[in-house]
Design a protein around this ligand. Sequence first.
Ligand SMILES: Cc1cc2nc3c(=O)[nH]c(=O)nc-3n(C[C@H](O)[C@H](O)[C@H](O)COP(=O)(O)O)c2cc1C
Length: 319
Amino acid sequence: MSRAEAPAVDLGVEIAGLHLPTPLIAASGTFGYGDEYAGVADYGAIGAISAKGLYLNPRDGCPPPRIWETPSGMLNAIGLQEVGIERFLAEKLPSVRALGKVLIANICGSSFEEYGELARRLDDAEGVHGIEVNISCPNVSAGGIEFGCDPDMAARATEVVRRGTRLPVIPKLSPSASDIGGMARRVEDAGADAVSLINTIPAMAVDVETRRPRLANTIGGLSGPAVRPVAVRMVWQAARATRLPVIGMGGIAGAEDAIEFLLAGASAVQIGTMNFVDPGVWRRTRSDLEDYCRRHGVARVRDLTGAMEPFPPAPEVRR
Ligand SMILES: Cc1cc2nc3c(=O)[nH]c(=O)nc-3n(C[C@H](O)[C@H](O)[C@H](O)COP(=O)(O)O)c2cc1C
């Protein structure tokens, strides 16, 4: 059967009341504010865009070097360089809105108040369809501990965002959480509509000749294929622990990786680091995902969510 004759595959998914035409979402911080890849990436293959992280005020980020390539991955310590909410709304949002894509704002806070204020500012922003809450940020008044390491702080950050907006709220869980399932349940109880995971894994590398860290910030976040098995495990645990839709990410480089996350329980996936390597990843992943569904008789991609089969029991050994 030629491709033209093959039955159509329904790639659409629903997440927290949002309809995404494909389950592929551009990951925050790797796709600019949303329109920077125009003319390079196939936007038709992208189901939604999670924009670069926003604090209330502009930030310069960390000094260079900010990036170091590692085996099958990258370390980054950009330090959330960004324009702040005011300029995002006035200067960035109009052109991103014109793309007509589902747009998820990604917010970062140094305090609960900052998360709440950002949610209120985004609530009636035309063209913003959801809020992803990056809780892998240091809580300044708690001595810099990440909100996402502590279930109480993660729940409270979710609550203040929930109170500030009618938009879908999607806490982005940190891989630093020791009990990711428990964390997913806490943010569910605090009013989340979905969860996304994983953010980068805190990591570092040292130049043995100079004896200096590879990054000026010493510690950075590890992403790319190197983190994928960790991410798949965490997505599986989070999906089993909560009724919320789960958005999975970490090292997705093509359809096979995306399907791995879907089978483990994700309803949609994000692609991050791969944008830097091959912006053609979108077209290729959508097309290979469709081919996979046809080969396996899957009419709707959403039927793949959580469809992992248990490992068969070992055959009885006769002695
Ligand atoms: C350069 C860079 C910047 C990032 N910035 C953000 C950010 O602003 N907010 C956020 O929630 N995650 C941010 N992330 C994390 C990614 O969205 C994603 O969770 C992580 O990289 C794992 O996916 P990947 O392996 O496909 O990149 C960033 C990642 C990278 C590599």
